[in-house]
Ligand binder design. Structure first.
Ligand code: ADP
Length: 612
């Protein structure tokens, strides 16, 4: 499959036609300094030709040059899909996604999180979709791989409300590259990625590291923006946040000036005074330039500091991987980072390090000694290939694009369904429930009204009533609630209350002794017949569902499938089950296969019924 990989940066456009299988690049298009004096070139094989002037912004430039790239296609060649590199997926996108109008709209809403990058990415998406309307377009996010970071790693210690209001949290970037080289390292070591603890160092002009524990990113050096963490070409990386306020006071810098200072004038450039290219700095340092020497020291000190930090987080390291411009090419930086890491079991092979030559795209160089317990590797990254592969995978599923591949999980707190007679007895003759919030299942709602349950041991107040009224009373509580009340309720599917225990219910106007109706809800999935066909299940099947939570991953067995055209796709679990998986509000997960036929995972967790 030929995939067009489009990377619209803040001032550049890179478009590569990539074979998703062989990684071979068919044609390359480069536009540098969009909106300035454009420099456009098209490379096919050995031949590069300069293109004429493109337009003054990303859209105009793409409109001008993309047709030229498409003309390079032979008679039997066609673009099967377009993979767009998107810098920031926010909380919303935790994996690559087919682009439609809704996705485009959501991406627009994420612009405040990445004001420099996402507008250019979006301009590329809009223009490419209009130029290639019949081809599937896929967004691949720099942030997605890090969406597995636990809350403790992704949270800033800021006031909760403020952080939630503005999405102030650590997202991490370069995810496509970290994931790619981590997988490549595992293949080289003939190991399963899920059994390795890796530290991946993507050291390019922008630079970041990731702690990849058993295949999942558990921490990374970049944060809410790509400014946090390592010293980079022109970015400062970590500084004392107090320094920003200080600079505002003593230099009168405003937000834009600070942004410019820390993003464009700092890092290796700021330290050395020689620009951002490490090759120049290494050359100057070897000639005795002290500023250049200091720049290298600060640069490598920061990387070593994070190696130690990430090793501590994972309780050890199986391999440290170097990649991108500096990581692949600078023997000096790799040597400085790897000095005295024998406490981690890492021993550098000096000769192997000096002679690394990563030529082919699939190249891996082992730079640790044969006795080194922790492997040291230099690996050529290939983000375009990784994007092409992700895109091809989603293109292959093109005919299933409108079908769900994940199942949202809702957590049901204890609640009650009543018949007319019971509601009358509790709230007065002819009482009508007041709707408080609609539930995901069509026509269902949580009402304003709550009741108290009285058991042999204790009482539970504030048990929410769900509407509309039903033909039979049914009260759903958790196992913990049962112990609390002192009652033994069976696990039952909804509607199956025969021979279940009763309970005393108290409302504002009366008290009812129910003979039966108290159950512990059998965890279940509501789905439509179409969903059932998609997942390969039928009504009353019992399946397994893997929950990949922030806290504790869990596979729920014994999950009942309920199929009806009236349902909306959703899995319902109770609060005990949610607590066991440490599921919290609004957390996303990753799709996995389970041993049963359902491929299921929570997507956007939300609370369905809440106690008062
Ligand atoms: P980007 O983040 O722009 O994709 P790259 O991964 O291409 O960056 O890395 C570019 C950086 O790699 C350059 O700024 C340069 O400093 C560094 N680099 C490339 N080759 C060498 C080398 N042989 N020695 C030292 N540094 C190098």
């Amino acid at each position: 499959m030929l995939i067009l990989v489009l990377n619209c940066g803040s001032s550049s456009i890179k478009a590569d036609l990539v074979d998703h299988h062989t990684a071979q690049v068919h044609t390359k298009l480069r536009v540098q300094r969009v909106g300035d004096v454009e420099r456009c070139s098209l490379t096919r094989g050995e031949e590069t030709r300069t293109l004429g002037q493109a337009g003054e912004n990303h859209a105009k430039a793409l409109e001008a040059v993309l047709p030229e790239l498409l003309e390079s296609l032979g008679e039997n060649e066609a673009v099967a899909g377009v993979g767009h590199r998107v810098v920031h997926g926010g909380d919303v996108f935790t994996e690559s996604v087919r682009i439609d109008d809704d996705v485009e709209e959501t991406l627009t809403s994420l612009i405040p999180l990445a004001p420099l990058h996402n507008p250019a990415n979006l301009a590329g998406i809009r223009t490419a979709r209009s130029l290639l309307p019949d081809v599937p377009h896929v967004a691949v996010f720099d942030t997605a791989f890090h969406s597995t970071m636990p809350r403790r790693a992704r949270s800033y210690a800021l006031p909760k409300e403020l952080a939630e209001k503005h999405g102030l949290r650590r997202y991490g970037f370069h995810g496509t590259s970290h994931h790619y080289v981590a997988a490549r390292a595992a293949r080289h070591l003939e190991a399963d990625l899920r059994e390795l603890r890796l530290i991946t160092c993507h050291l390019g002009n922008g630079a970041s590291m990731a702690a990849v524990e058993y295949g999942r990113s558990i921490d990374t050096t970049m944060g809410m923006t790509p400014l946090e963490g390592l010293v980079m070409g022109t970015r400062s990386g970590d500084v004392d946040p107090g320094l920003l306020a200080h600079l505002q006071r003593v230099e009168g810098l405003d937000a834009d000036a600070l942004d410019h200072l820390l993003n464009k004038e700092s890092g290796l450039k700021g330290l050395s005074g020689l620009g951002n290219d490490l090759r120049d700095i290494e050359a100057a340092a070897s000639e005795g330039n002290e500023a250049a020497q200091l720049a290298i020291h600060v640069y490598t000190h920061r990387i070593r500091k994070y190696v130690g930090a990430f090793a501590a987080l994972m309780g050890g390291v199986d391999a440290i991987v170097f990649t991108a411009g500096v990581g692949e090419n600078s023997a000096l930086i790799r040597r400085r980072v790897c000095q005295n890491l024998s406490f981690l079991g890492a021993r550098l092979d000096e000769e192997a390090n000096r002679t690394v030559a990563l030529e082919s795209l699939d190249d891996v160089a082992q730079i640790s000694t044969g006795t080194s317990r922790c492997h040291l590797l230099a690996i050529k990254t290939n983000e375009e290939f990784a994007i092409a592969q992700d895109t091809a995978a989603l293109v292959s599923e093109a005919d299933r694009v409108n079908e769900p591949t994940t199942i949202p999980v809702a957590v049901s707190a204890r609640h009650a369904h009543f018949d007319r007679a019971t509601l009358d007895a509790l709230f007065g003759e002819g009482y009508e429930l007041a709707e408080r919030a609609p539930l995901s299942q069509p026509g269902q709602y949580a009402s304003e009204e709550t009741v108290t349950l009285i058991g042999p041991k204790r009482s539970l107040e504030g048990v929410r009533i769900l509407g509309p009224l039903r033909g039979k009373n049914q009260i759903e509580i958790s196992r913990t609630d049962e112990f609390f009340l002192g009652l033994d309720a069976p696990v039952r599917g909804s509607g199956d209350v025969k021979n279940s225990p009763g309970v005393t219910v108290v409302g504002p106007k009366g008290r009812v002794e129910l003979d039966e109706g108290l159950i512990c809800a059998w965890r279940h999935i509501h789905m439509t017949p179409d969903d059932a066909e998609h997942f390969g299940v039928k009504n009353r099947d019992v399946v397994e569902v893997a929950i990949d939570s922030d806290g504790r991953d869990l596979i729920f067995g014994d999950v009942l499938v309920r199929v009806s055209a009236k349902y909306a796709l959703e899995m319902h679990i109770d609060t005990d089950e949610a607590n066991a998986a440490e599921i919290s509000r609004g957390v996303d997960g990753i799709l996995v296969d389970t041993t049963s036929c359902a491929r299921v995972l929570k997507r956007s967790t939300k609370y369905d019924a809440t106690t008062g």
